[in-house]
Design a protein around this ligand. Structure first.
Ligand code: C2E
Ligand code: CA
Ligand code: CA
Length: 406
């Protein structure tokens, strides 16, 4: 695989990396011996000792954007593993945000200590560690940390809630189901958008707990709505899942357990996953989805058309619904390409015998176009914004399908 560490051999006397270069890789010495050489400001070269098998070399230069602090020369023939900057950054991006932040800060501090002790000459233009730390931990880093720390208690403190957005059958105007959307009311910040806190929760490994809560809550709401509005068994609930949820080993057991505990039929549950989840091409994710599908759950691809992925996964995954991304619906009336795309997605869904739903329907004109193109279901501000449960009950009582029907 392209991202995996590559093995290389350096002959005795060869230079493994050179002081002052931009580091694009680090090395892990598996066999052999190297010497660390530092060229001083006066031009003299000083040896900083040797390293043997089991040492890491040049790792500082791929963490952050610093230049190499020393030249490393092979004393014996050396076998090394090459870890590229790209590989390091991928691993770092998948790590816990606290681990990431502290790693970057420790490296910045270390470079500053080296500079102050004049152990290595540094270009005057180089930023100080204070500046670097502010930059790393500033706007995004520390804010995300704080948010993730606050999220930890959000469920317990009842700061989270769900809103439900109705989905409407385009031909009859009937309500067919709802999408459950998370809301977080932070005691100080006020409402925080899911576009902000979901990525933080995903990164910090908290999304699994949030999803578990959302799934249970959405099932309970569905049962209450059915009871009060006499809709038993007719409506479905769509819940959003992240790739972290799908990858967790007890995913299927948890979904099954929640549905059975809350007495919701799998036929009334639709899992919404984004194209991104499928682009990971993980066998366990596919199996998990297949098991849910075999139980009767619907599987919808959210934001369809935005993932730049190959269409081959449409056959490989047990999908039953395509959800056309809002951006195409918004653009449909002034952009021929967007309209063409909507038309193609609906055609593709027909060919593959999938149902198709449009999100972000905001006007009567949007609905008319979607009806002419043969779209099955629609969702958007034209019908209703996402509603609290009590508002949803009022909406259902007042809803007149004929107002939007053919
Ligand atoms: P999404 O799944 O694509 O959800 C649709 C978003 O479009 C929602 O934003 C909804 O409020 C908004 N929307 C609906 N109709 C219209 C419309 O007519 N016009 C416009 N401009 N917007 C409309 P929201 O609730 O802010 O959620 C944003 C995203 O956060 C969601 O996008 C989803 O990716 C994520 N999210 C929300 N709840 C959950 C959750 O429980 N779990 C996970 N994993 N993600 C969630
Ligand atoms: Ca969704
Ligand atoms: Ca969407």
């Amino acid at each position: 695989m392209q991202d995996e560490a590559v093995q290389r051999r350096f002959a005795a006397g060869e230079i493994l990396c050179r002081q002052g270069e931009i580091g694009e890789f680090a090395l892990f010495l598996e066999a052999g011996k190297v010497e660390i050489l530092v060229e001083q400001a006066d031009g003299a070269t000083v040896s900083y000792g040797t390293r043997g098998a089991g040492s890491a070399i040049g790792e500082l230069a791929i963490i952050g954007s610093g230049l190499r602090l020393a030249t490393v020369r092979a004393i014996d023939d050396c076998d090394v593993l090459v870890i590229t900057r790209q590989e390091w950054e991928r691993r770092l991006a998948n790590s816990d945000p606290v681990v990431r932040l502290f790693t970057e800060i420790i490296v910045a501090r270390f470079r500053e200590v080296m500079r102050r002790a004049s152990l290595v000459p540094m270009p005057a233009s180089m930023v100080s560690s204070e500046d670097l730390e502010l930059c790393i931990a500033g706007a995004s880093g520390s804010d995300r940390l704080r948010m993730s720390s606050d999220l930890r208690s959000a469920i317990r403190k009842k700061e989270l809630s769900l809103r439900y957005q109705p989905m409407i059958a385009v031909d009859s105007g009937r309500v067919v189901g709802f999408e459950a959307l998370l809301r977080w009311h932070h005691p100080v910040r006020g409402p925080v958008s899911p576009d902000e806190f979901i990525p933080v929760a995903e990164e910090a490994g908290q999304i699994i707990e949030l999803t578990r809560w959302a799934l249970t809550e959405a099932c309970r709401a569905l049962k209450r709505i059915e009871r009060l509005r006499d809709f038993t068994g007719q409506l479905y609930m769509s819940v959003n899942f992240s790739s972290e949820d799908l990858a967790s080993p007890d995913f299927v057991d948890r979904v099954r357990e929640t549905l059975s505990q809350e007495r919701v039929s799998p036929y009334q549950m639709r899992l919404e996953i984004t194209e991104r989840v499928m682009m990971n091409r993980s066998a366990s994710t596919r199996d998990n989805l297949a098991r849910c599908r075999a139980d009767g759950c619907g599987i919808a691809i959210d934001d369809f058309g935005t993932g730049y992925s190959s269409l081959s996964y449409l056959n490989a995954y047990p999908i039953d619904t395509l959800k056309i991304d809002r951006s195409f619906i918004v653009g449909m009336h002034h952009d021929a390409d967007a309209l063409g795309l909507v038309q193609s997605i609906i055609g593709l869904a027909r060919t593959l015998r999938l149902s198709v739903i449009a999100e972000g329907v905001e006007t009567a004109a949007d609905l008319r176009t979607l009806r002419a193109l043969g779209c099955d279901h629609a969702q958007g501000y034209y019908f209703s914004e996402p509603l609290a449960e009590s508002q949803l009950l009022a909406f259902l009582a007042a809803w007149q399908p004929q107002n939007v029907a053919l």
